[in-house]
Design a protein around this ligand. Structure first.
Ligand SMILES: NC(=O)c1ccc[n+]([C@@H]2O[C@H](COP(=O)([O-])OP(=O)(O)OC[C@H]3O[C@@H](n4cnc5c(N)ncnc54)[C@H](O)[C@@H]3O)[C@@H](O)[C@H]2O)c1
Length: 369
């Protein structure tokens, strides 16, 4: 590493979400995007020109000595393959969610990183935003007492109305659980600690869907994964949370996440965002009150997890990163447990038990962590 105050990034995968990362990286003084690559060289060229970095092939980027950390924004089916290639090339990796489709592959990524002394991070990093950090502080400070239960709902009619290339959402590794579940389950683990057990039922309402996005209007999308998962998570803390994640629902009236404690209730912001609203109810007020957010990063700050990891890299092991591979592995195990519990008609124990990520400190200066 030539420059000890910055970690140099190579982005692999220049599709729909990539601009959010190019933008997000500019928010953090510790990150510098130096190169990007895609299977489609034109996509990489466009992003490189727009964002002032070098477009390379994937092999060139992996061999580039100026890249310290690869941000892997490819599709879920190749997340593990691309992350493993980056680790073999001696690069740290931050991957979009999920860490891998299959648990075995996710384990290989973590094992190789361990062998090589490299760090692995994974999206989502929205729990490092202002909304979920303020919610965490309120839970930790006891505003609603001990949390006994809660609910989490992500229900929509799916991404085929807006995503320009929606087929992968209905292929193995996609589906609402693997696409949206990471936000909700990661947020819950951030708020309550790790999950001990899952019981669930998974179904699918439609065998094929029709794309209505303008790019692929009318294209038939075969569905090979469950599109509705409903279950109960039991946390090591003792909390029990009802979770439904679905692409089969037009409209509903539930909050994204609610927590119920001995002293009150909390409406937690949408974990696919960095901001609010955050509301709290206690018997003293007798009404839902909006809570001001007491942390920075309420706007789209995708890359914050990579920035946190960059500080961990620069600390030489003295500091841990929060949106870690170990956390993402746990979330992946929980997501798989929904299908497993449904197939077996049994409660499923979760083997991984990572530490609850540390909250961010109060008083952060914007641009640093
Ligand atoms: N689109 C969103 O709003 C959004 C939001 C959050 C997270 N994500 C996640 O980000 C990831 C990418 O999603 P997207 O919407 O940008 O998908 P996308 O299909 O728009 O882009 C993926 C890009 O990766 C490239 N690619 C695929 N395989 C590759 C390989 N082996 N090597 C190099 N490049 C390869 C493709 O050519 C494509 O340009 C997914 O894991 C998704 O879950 C997407």
């Amino acid at each position: 590493m030539s420059n000890k105050s910055k970690i140099r990034i190579g982005i692999i995968g220049c599709g729909n979400i990539s601009q959010a990362y190019f933008n997000g990286a500019k928010l953090f003084e510790v990150l510098e995007v130096v190169a990007c690559a895609d299977l489609n060289p034109e996509a990489a060229k466009v992003k490189a020109t727009e964002n002032g970095c070098v477009a390379q092939t994937v092999d060139e980027l992996l061999a580039n000595p100026n890249v310290d950390l690869v941000i892997n924004l490819t599709i879920p089916a190749v997340h593990a393959e691309v992350s493993l290639a980056a680790l073999r090339a001696g690069k740290h990796v931050h991957c979009e969610k999920p860490l891998a489709v299959h648990l075995d592959d996710a384990r290989k990524v973590l094992e190789l990183a361990g062998e090589k002394g490299l760090l692995v991070g994974c999206a989502p990093d929205t729990f490092l935003g202002a909304g979920l950090q303020t919610a965490r502080k309120m839970v930790d400070d006891g505003w609603i007492g001990k949390v006994f239960s809660g609910s989490a709902f992500m229900m929509s009619r799916g991404p085929e109305s807006w995503h320009p290339n929606p087929a992968f959402f209905y292929e193995v590794g996609g589906g609402p659980m693997f696409d949206m579940g990471p936000y909700y389950i990661t947020a819950l683990v951030h708020l309550l600690g790790p999950v001990k057990e899952v019981s669930a039922v998974t179904t699918r309402a439609f065998e094929e869907r029709i794309a209505t996005c303008k790019e692929q209007f009318g294209k038939l999308l075969p569905v090979s994964v469950p599109t509705h998962s409903s279950g109960t998570l039991v946390f090591h803390s003792g909390a029990v949370v009802t979770v439904t994640i679905s692409f089969d629902v037009h409209r509903h009236g539930h909050s994204p996440i609610e927590l119920y404690g001995g002293e009150g209730s909390l409406k937690v912001p949408d974990p696919n965002t960095f901001g609010g609203p955050l509301e709290v109810w206690t018997p003293t007020t007798g009404e839902w009150r909006n809570q001001a957010l007491s942390f920075p990063y309420s706007e789209n700050s995708r890359s914050i997890g990579a920035a946190d990891m960059a500080y961990a890299i620069l600390s030489g092991g003295k500091r841990l990163h929060r949106s870690s591979g170990a956390l993402a592995y746990h979330v992946l195990e929980v997501m798989h447990a929904f299908g497993k519990s449904s197939d077996l008609k049994k409660h499923v124990s979760i083997e991984s038990n990572p530490p609850q990520p540390e909250p961010l400190p109060l008083g952060l200066i914007k641009g640093r962590l």
